[in-house]
Design a protein around this ligand. Structure first.
Ligand SMILES: C[S@@+](CC[C@H](N)C(=O)[O-])C[C@H]1O[C@@H](n2cnc3c(N)ncnc32)[C@H](O)[C@@H]1O
Length: 615
C-alpha cells in the first residue's frame, strides 16, 4: 500500500480516503476469501423428517432432538423459533485438530493451514443464525478453553454487538495435568452474551439462620465470623486480643486467621480505613460473645505456667478445628499473663433488613461442590457450584454402561447454569449437543420445580468414511436422554425423570426441486413448529391435518376437494381457524361464500411452500 501521497492528485486522494473509510478499523480477521465456503447455502431448503421409532414417550412431543449438521438445523429453527429461545448453551468443538468439527463434509485435521480460519468461519455462520433465535430476554452461554477464548470472544463481540455480559471461569480438575513447563491448565471459560432483558435468577437469601433471641430492635440477624484468611505474619495489625466489655474476659486472635476488622489502638495516628473498626462495632453492640462460664475460662499466673500449658496442649483452642490459639512463636505471649481467657469465638450481627432478597452469582469462579468459601462472603455473593469434568464421563458410563463419548460436560455444570439462566417455561437450545447433557439438565430442573422448560438439541452423527454407520445423535444423545426419561438400572435402579422428545432428521432440498420434493409430512412438521405447539406425527390416512392452539384451530390441506372443503367449513362454524392450502385462491372463493375474512399467511410458507389463507 502506498504511504507517500505526494504525487497523488486530489481525486486520487479522495478515492484513497473513501476506500480507507470503508475498511473496518478494528476487529478479528480470518482468511474468509481464501477458504472454500461451506456448501450448505441459504438457498437450499432444509426440511425435518420426524422419526417416530426413535422418538421417546407419547406425542405431542414437547422437546426436539435433531440429527444433522447444526447449520442446517439452525436455519430451520430460525424459520420456526425466531426470537423465542430464552437460553442457548453450547460447548462447541475447541478446534483441537483432533477431527472435532466438520467443514464441507470433511473433518479438519491438525495440519490444515486454514484450521483457525475454517473454525472461525464455521462458528461465525452458526452463531450469526443463532443470534436471531434469542428472545428479548435471551442469553447465550458458550463453553471454551483458555487457548481459544481470545479468538472466540472477538468473534462474539462482532456477532453479538452490544450484548457482551461477562464470563464464568470453571475449574475442570482438582488435580494438575501433564502439561509441560510446570503449568497445569485446569480451567475453562463460559462466555455470556445477552439481550437487554436478561438477568440471572440469583439465589434467594437463606433467611433461616436469621433470628432475634435478644429482641434486638433492628430485627432478625445472623451471626457471622469476624475473621479473614490471613495469618498473623501477613497482617500483624489485625492480630490483637479482643475483650468482652460485659465479662472482661479476653479472646485471643487465631494466628492463622486474623480478625477482619482493624483495631483503633493499632491504627497509626491519622490513617484512614474503609471499614469500621472493631471498637466501633463493639460500641454499637454488634459484636456478640459466646456465653462462657468462669469455670471454663483459662488463667495463667506466670509465663512458665503458660509455656507449660502450651507444651501440654491445654491452652484455649478453636472450637471446631481444635488448633491452639496460643503458641510459643506468637509475639504477644506476655500479654496473656494474669488475664481471664474465654473459650469460643466472638461474631458479628448481620441484619436481615440490610440484605436484598437476591444474591447474584459471581463470575470469578464456578466453585466445586465441596469447595470451602468464606461464609461471610457467601452471604453477599454466591458461587455457582459444579462438579469437575470427570462427572461428565461418569454420568455417561453410569447411564449407558460404557464410555460412549469423549469429554461430555458434567450434568451439574449445565444444570446450575440453566438454573440461573432459565425460567420454568423457557425454551433451551444446544446446537452442539454431543452426548445430550443439556437435555438431562433441563429434565432435572423440570423434575425439581415441576417446570415446563423445553429443550431443542442438535447433534451430528460423527460418521466418517472409516465409520460410516457411526451415529452419536441416535446411539448416544437420544439413547441417553431416553434412559434419563424412562429410568435405567446400573448398580441401582434410577427412576426416570419423565418427559418426551421427537427425533427429527434434517434433509436439504435444493430450491429448484423444492415443490416437487417436499413431503406433506415435512410441511406439517414446519407448520406445527411455527405455531409453537408440541409436535405430532403426520397422519398419512387423512388429507386434512389439524392442531389446536389455545385460541385457534390450524389446518393443513394436502389437497382441495369437496371432502377437505367440508372439513374446513365445519371447523370454521365452530371456532377461529387458520388454514394452509396449496390452492388458496380457490379456498378463498369458497370461504367468501360463508362470509369470512382472509388474512395473509406467514411469509415463510409463501416463500417455501406456496400460499394459504388465514380465516
Ligand atoms: C464438545 S462436544 C459437546 C459435548 C456436550 N456438551 C456434552 O456434554 O456431551 C461438541 C459436539 O459437537 C459436535 N459437532 C461438531 N460439528 C457439528 C456440526 N456441524 N453440527 C452438529 N454437531 C457438531 C461434535 O461432533 C461433538 O459431538
Amino acid at each position: 500500500m502506498a504511504d507517500n501521497y505526494d504525487d497523488y492528485s486530489k481525486e486520487e486522494l479522495i478515492r484513497e480516503l473513501r476506500a480507507k473509510n470503508q475498511k473496518p478499523r478494528f476487529g478479528l480477521y480470518w482468511e474468509r476469501d481464501d477458504i472454500e465456503h461451506e456448501r450448505a447455502i441459504n438457498d437450499d431448503f432444509v426440511a425435518l423428517d420426524l422419526d417416530e421409532s426413535l422418538s421417546c414417550g407419547d406425542a405431542p412431543f414437547q422437546n426436539l432432538i435433531i440429527e444433522g449438521d447444526n447449520f442446517d438445523a439452525l436455519r430451520y429453527l430460525r424459520m420456526t423459533y425466531k426470537g423465542q429461545v430464552k437460553c442457548i448453551y453450547i460447548d462447541p468443538p475447541y478446534n483441537t485438530g483432533n477431527k472435532d468439527f466438520v467443514y464441507n463434509d470433511r473433518f479438519i485435521d491438525k495440519d490444515d493451514v486454514y484450521k483457525h480460519s475454517k473454525w472461525l468461519e464455521f462458528m461465525y455462520r452458526r452463531l450469526a443464525v443463532a443470534r436471531d433465535l434469542l428472545a428479548e430476554d435471551g442469553v447465550i452461554l458458550i463453553s471454551i478453553n483458555d487457548e481459544n477464548r481470545a479468538k472466540l470472544e472477538l468473534l462474539l463481540d462482532g456477532i453479538f454487538q452490544g450484548m457482551r455480559f461477562g464470563s464464568f471461569a470453571w475449574r475442570t480438575k482438582d488435580t494438575g495435568n501433564d502439561s509441560t513447563g510446570n503449568f497445569s491448565a485446569v480451567h475453562e471459560h463460559i462466555l455470556i452474551y445477552a439481550l437487554s432483558g436478561f438477568a440471572f435468577n440469583g439465589n434467594a437469601l437463606n433467611t433461616q439462620k436469621y433470628r432475634n433471641p435478644d429482641d434486638d430492635p433492628n430485627g432478625h440477624y445472623a451471626l457471622n465470623p469476624i475473621t479473614c484468611a490471613k495469618t498473623f505474619k501477613e497482617r500483624a495489625n489485625l492480630y490483637y486480643p479482643i475483650q468482652d466489655p460485659q465479662t472482661g474476659y479476653w479472646y485471643p486472635c487465631d494466628p492463622d486467621r486474623v480478625w477482619a476488622y482493624a483495631s483503633e489502638e493499632r491504627l497509626k495516628t491519622g490513617s484512614k480505613i474503609r471499614t469500621e473498626t472493631i471498637e466501633s462495632y463493639l460500641r454499637q453492640g454488634l459484636i456478640v460473645f459466646p456465653e462462657c462460664k468462669l469455670e471454663n475460662t483459662f488463667y495463667y499466673e506466670t509465663k512458665e505456667e503458660l509455656l507449660a500449658a502450651i507444651r501440654q496442649g491445654t491452652v484455649p483452642v478453636l472450637p471446631q478445628k481444635k488448633t491452639p490459639l496460643l503458641r510459643e512463636d506468637l509475639p504477644d505471649l506476655d500479654f496473656w499473663i494474669g488475664k481471664r481467657i474465654a473459650t469460643g469465638r466472638p461474631s458479628k450481627k448481620s441484619y436481615l433488613n440490610d440484605k436484598t432478597n437476591l444474591i447474584s452469582p459471581v463470575s470469578s469462579w464456578i466453585g466445586g461442590v465441596n469447595e470451602d468459601f468464606d461464609e461471610e462472603d457467601e452471604e453477599a455473593v454466591f458461587f455457582i457450584r459444579s462438579q469437575k469434568g470427570r462427572e461428565g464421563t461418569d454420568a455417561i458410563n453410569e447411564i449407558l454402561g460404557a464410555k460412549a463419548f469423549n469429554y461430555p460436560k458434567p450434568p451439574s455444570l449445565i444444570t446450575e447454569l440453566l438454573r440461573q439462566a432459565s425460567k420454568p417455561n423457557d425454551i433451551i437450545l444446544d446446537f452442539f449437543a454431543g452426548s445430550g447433557t443439556t437435555a438431562q439438565a433441563v429434565l432435572k430442573l423440570n423434575a425439581e420445580d415441576s417446570g415446563n422448560r423445553r429443550f431443542i438439541l442438535v447433534s451430528n452423527t460423527e460418521a466418517t468414511e472409516a465409520e460410516p454407520n457411526k451415529n452419536i445423535c441416535r446411539d448416544v444423545c437420544a439413547e441417553r436422554v431416553r434412559r434419563v426419561i424412562y429410568g435405567y438400572s446400573n448398580k441401582k435402579n434410577i427412576v426416570g425423570l419423565g418427559g418426551n422428545f421427537a427425533y427429527l432428521k434434517t434433509r436439504r432440498i435444493a430450491s429448484e426441486i423444492l415443490l416437487t420434493e417436499i413431503q406433506h409430512s415435512q410441511i406439517w412438521t414446519a407448520l406445527q413448529l411455527n405455531h409453537g405447539v408440541a409436535l405430532s406425527a403426520f397422519n398419512p390416512n387423512s388429507s386434512v391435518q389439524q392442531l389446536q392452539t389455545t385460541d385457534n384451530t390450524v389446518m393443513y390441506l394436502c389437497q382441495l376437494t369437496e371432502q377437505e372443503l367440508t372439513a374446513v367449513i365445519e371447523c370454521l362454524e365452530k371456532q377461529q381457524t387458520t388454514v394452509y392450502s396449496w390452492q388458496p385462491a380457490l379456498l378463498s372463493h369458497y370461504i367468501e361464500n360463508v362470509n369470512l375474512t382472509c388474512l395473509p399467511i406467514p411469509k415463510f410458507l409463501l416463500d417455501r411452500f406456496g400460499a394459504g389463507v388465514k380465516a
